[in-house]
Design a protein around this ligand. Structure first.
Ligand code: BJW
Ligand code: ZN
Length: 250
């Protein structure tokens, strides 16, 4: 496990919490071998800035380049397995009255670990939709014939993710913000807390008097405001936190 100690007052807050919100970011999948967003630039992709590939402008300018990046990441995602952090969150759902799991991740690993009703704020990398008419396209995809085209309107197909400058799915975002305000405890896990509006959710919680726990090996933009900051990898810290609830030795 990890050296991280769960403070007594946090253990008490966990045991008393009926409604919990967990917001996850790329760090929660790092131990599954999925590179974090800002580290997703290895090998062939080292010379590209991820923030400049994940935009509609980049896609319009060079759709094949953007698709090649996503197809590379799809392959990584397909072969990845949920890690003990994902599994602990799935287990937490059975130990509290309500866990609202909100993720910025596009890898689908929470659902594969058994979490139910996951709110995916930034879409899902395994799905494909039309850039023009929005219809989903379930076909197996390759770039042999150039940029893949929509069967309905011949527009360009794109991965079903939310790029910079695009709106998040309204229903998921509204439900996440409401849950944050009425929770007993808010967990912010494996996210740099830089990308809005998702990064605003812990502040919604704090403003409503909800204590916030951050789990991250490194300090983030949120750290100074977090009620507790547990410095460690989520694959070790989360099982330990959940063990507190299950009255198991930590
Ligand atoms: C570990 C670990 C381990 C490592 N265990 N932890 C100023 C204020 C407010 C907003 C803006 C602003 N300026 C610009 C904006 C807008 C912009 C934004 O926030 N920009 C910021 C960069 C400033 N936001 C948007 O554009 C959003 N849309 C929007 O605002 O729309 C408005 C609108 C309304 C109506 C009509 C039209 C428009 C959209 C944001 C979409 C973000 N999309 C991406 C790409 C998804 C697809 C893809 O994956 O390619 O989502 S960007 C990228 O960042 C991805 C991630 O989900 C997201 C968050 O990243 P995350 O998860 O935090 O990852 P990292 O890599 O940053 O951090 C990893 C962390 O893990 C680190 O802290 C590590 O330490 C830690 N870690 N190992 C635990 N083992
Ligand atoms: Zn179309």
């Amino acid at each position: 496990m990890t050296d991280v100690v769960i403070p007594d007052d946090l253990a008490a807050a966990m045991r008393g919490a009926r409604r919990v919100v967990a917001l996850t970011g790329a760090g929660v999948s790092a131990e599954s071998g999925v590179p974090t967003f800002r580290d997703a630039q290895t090998g062939l992709w080292a010379r590209y800035d991820p923030a400049q590939l994940a935009t509609p402008e980049a896609f319009r300018a060079d759709p094949e380049l953007v698709w090649r990046w996503y197809l590379w990441r799809r392959d990584l995602t397909r072969t990845a397995e949920p890690n003990p952090g994902h599994v602990a969150l799935a287990r937490l759902q059975d130990l509290v009255d309500e866990l609202v799991l909100v993720t910025q991740n596009v890898d689908g690993l929470h659902a594969r670990a058994g979490s139910r009703g996951v709110l995916e704020l930034h879409g899902n990398i395994m799905r494909t939709v039309c850039f023009r008419c929005g219809i989903e396209d379930g076909r197996e995809l390759n770039l042999d014939g150039g940029v893949p085209r929509c069967g309905a309107c011949d527009g360009m197909l794109r991965p079903d993710v939310v790029w910079f400058g695009e709106p998040l799915p309204m229903d998921a975002l509204t439900r996440a913000a409401e849950a944050a305000r009425v929770a007993d405890l808010f967990l912010s896990i494996g996210t740099s807390s830089l990308v809005y509006p998702a990064a605003g959710l812990p502040y919604e919680a704090l403003t409503a008097g909800v204590p916030v726990v951050e789990i991250n090996p490194a300090p983030t933009a949120l750290s100074a405001r977090a009620t507790w900051a547990l410095r460690g990898p989520s694959g070790s810290v989360l099982p330990r936190l959940v063990a507190v609830l299950a009255s198991e030795p930590t």
